[in-house]
Ligand binder design. Structure first.
Ligand code: G6P
Ligand code: MG
Length: 219
C-alpha cells in the first residue's frame, strides 16, 4: 500500500529554532523587549507575521505597518545569514535513515512547512531530492493549526488524507495534522505534544517495525 509521509521541516528535519531565536532576540532587544528561550518555544510552527505580532504583544509595543514590514525583512535577512552556513551535519539524527527506508518501501514523501525559507534549507542540507512534493510558506494562505499545508501535500502526492502520516514538533502542527484526518506523530516532548497519535523524542526511536505498521494502518 502506498501512503504519504509528510514531514515538517524546522524542529523535525533540522534544528533551526536556535537561528530563529538569535534573530528574533536581536530584533526584540533592539526594541527594548526582552526575549527568552521559553518565549522562542512558543513561536515554533508559528508564521513569521504572527511571531512578530506575539513579540510586540509581549513587549506591549505598537508600531506602524511600515516598521512592521521592515522588521520582518531585517529578521529574515539575519536568519538567512545563519542558514547560509548550514550543511548536512545539521540534519537531526536518523532522519536520513527513515527517509531512505520510506523510499525503499515506495512510500510518498512530502514536506509540509510554514517556512518561506524551506527550499533553501533543504538544499543546504542536501535533502531536496528525497521529497516528491514540497509545500512551504510560499504555497499556503492559512497557517497551522489550519490543515491547508498538509492537505496540499496529500493532494500533490495523490494520496487521500486518511492515508497520510505527519511528523511534527509543534502543537499547532499536530493539531493541523489531526484536523486534516491524518495520523500525527509528535517529535519532541510527550507532555507538550499529547494531542498526537504517537510521540517520540526523535527519529532514533522510530524503528522499521513501527513504520511497517503505519503503512498498514488508517487513521
Ligand atoms: C516554522 C518555524 C517558525 C517560523 C516559521 C516561518 O514553522 O517553526 O519558527 O516562524 O516556520 O518561517 P520563515 O522561515 O518563513 O520565517
Ligand atoms: Mg516545526
Amino acid at each position: 500500500m502506498k501512503k504519504a509521509f509528510i514531514f515538517d521541516l524546522d524542529g523535525v528535519i533540522v534544528d533551526t529554532a536556535k537561528y530563529h531565536f538569535l534573530a528574533w532576540q536581536n530584533l526584540a532587544n533592539n526594541l527594548g523587549i526582552s526575549f527568552s528561550e521559553e518565549q522562542n518555544e512558543q513561536l515554533k510552527g508559528v508564521s513569521r507575521i504572527r511571531s512578530l505580532e506575539k513579540i510586540l504583544e509581549w513587549g506591549n509595543k505598537t508600531i506602524s505597518e511600515e516598521e512592521f514590514t521592515r522588521l520582518m525583512t531585517d529578521k529574515n535577512e539575519e536568519y538567512l545569514e545563519y542558514i547560509k552556513k548550514m550543511d548536512t551535519t545539521e540534519i537531526l539524527p536518523d532522519v536520513p535513515r527513515v527517509l531512505d527506508y520510506l523510499i525503499s518501501k515506495n512510500q510518498g514523501i512530502a514536506l509540509g512547512s510554514a517556512s518561506k525559507n524551506a527550499r533553501i534549507i533543504l538544499e543546504k542540507v542536501q535533502l531536496q531530492e528525497k521529497f516528491e512534493a514540497i509545500v512551504d510558506g510560499t504555497n499556503v494562505s492559512k497557517a497551522k493549526p489550519d490543515p491547508e499545508v498538509f492537505l496540499i501535500g496529500a493532494k500533490e502526492l495523490g494520496i487521500s488524507p486518511e492515508n497520510c502520516v505527519v511528523f511534527e514538533d509543534s502543537v499547532a502542527g499536530v493539531q493541523a495534522a489531526n484536523s486534516a484526518n491524518m495520523i500525527s506523530i509528535g517529535i519532541g516532548n510527550r507532555q507538550v505534544l499529547h494531542e498526537a497519535d504517537y510521540v517520540f523524542n526523535d527519529f532514533t526511536e522510530i524503528k522499521e517495525d513501527f513504520i511497517n505498521n503505519l503503512v498498514l494502518t488508517k487513521k
